[in-house]
Design a protein around this ligand. Structure first.
Ligand SMILES: *[C@@H]1O[C@H](CO)[C@@H](O)[C@H](O)[C@H]1NC(C)=O
Length: 245
């Protein structure tokens, strides 16, 4: 696909032990996969996720309306970014969202083709990257191990239920949502509203709010993400990955 060819291949961090699980972590607007490399390197240094391969994709540069049409790395266009909880859910770029959704479904499929069971794959990200992770994860036609959404929100919330293919594979999939209580970009109210919508639709989401955190991440939050990844993707050691599942 034309748009997909424009984005550079993701940064890969191979598993330091036997590769039995994969985490795809998706950056936010205007960033690149490199923006999260330090976080992944920290987790790798702690050696608690040794069987996990990390994939940090790069968004293609696209014109962003709220930045006067300037091109920057983005997973979809954003019309208005004014801190108002409602603004992000009007004039949503459905076409752009669906292109990125196809890209993430393709990344997931590549891991499955390489022998990683979908239950051993977690998709997550920050801001736009978290929003596209919830959207792509919950609409995947395989059951994932988990979804992480930091400082983000539910895309196409008004029609989301209709966009999920039936039967649903990810109704029970744990979704870890996290938000700063002082986020001026994606207001915590929107995170809370998205969480309520997901719970209302029967999804298995948890939302943790971090005090005095703006539109960024904090060490406590990244420790919580690491704990979630360890819980969802426990090390299998030398046992056969398939017989464990
Ligand atoms: C919901 O998610 C939690 C982890 O966040 C998990 O422990 C629990 O088993 C999940 N529930 C279902 C029904 O899968």
């Amino acid at each position: 696909m034309f748009v997909l060819c424009l984005s550079a291949s993701p940064i890969l961090f191979p598993a330091s032990a036997r590769h039995t699980a994969t985490v795809i972590f998706v950056h936010g607007l205007g960033d690149t996969g490199r923006g999260w490399a330090g976080t992944v390197e920290n987790w790798r240094r702690r050696q608690r996720l040794d069987e996990v391969k990390f994939i940090l994709p790069h968004a293609p540069a696209i014109p962003i309306t709220c930045n006067w049409g300037e091109k920057m790395p983005g997973w979809y266009d954003i019309h208005t970014l004014d801190g108002n909880a409602e603004s992000l859910s009007v004039n949503e770029d459905e076409a752009g969202i669906l292109v990125s959704q196809a890209y993430f479904h393709e990344l997931i499929q590549k891991e499955i083709d390489a022998g990683i069971p979908p239950e051993r794959i977690v998709l997550g990200g920050f801001s736009q990257g978290g929003a596209i992770s919830i959207f792509s994860g919950l609409t995947a036609k395989v059951k994932l191990g988990g979804i992480v959404a930091l400082s983000s929100y539910l895309l196409l919330s008004l029609k989301f239920a209709d966009l999920v293919p039936k039967p649903e594979f990810n109704k029970d999939t744990p979704i870890f949502m996290a938000h700063g209580d002082s986020d001026p970009v994606v207001h915590p109210e929107l995170g809370k509203k998205s969480y309520d919508l997901l719970k209302g639709l029967g999804y298995n989401a948890t939302l943790k709010i971090y005090k005095d955190m703006e539109h960024s991440a904090c060490p406590e939050e990244l420790d919580d993400v690491e704990a979630f990844l360890r819980e969802r993707l426990p090390a299998l050691g030398n046992s056969d990955a398939k017989s464990e599942l």
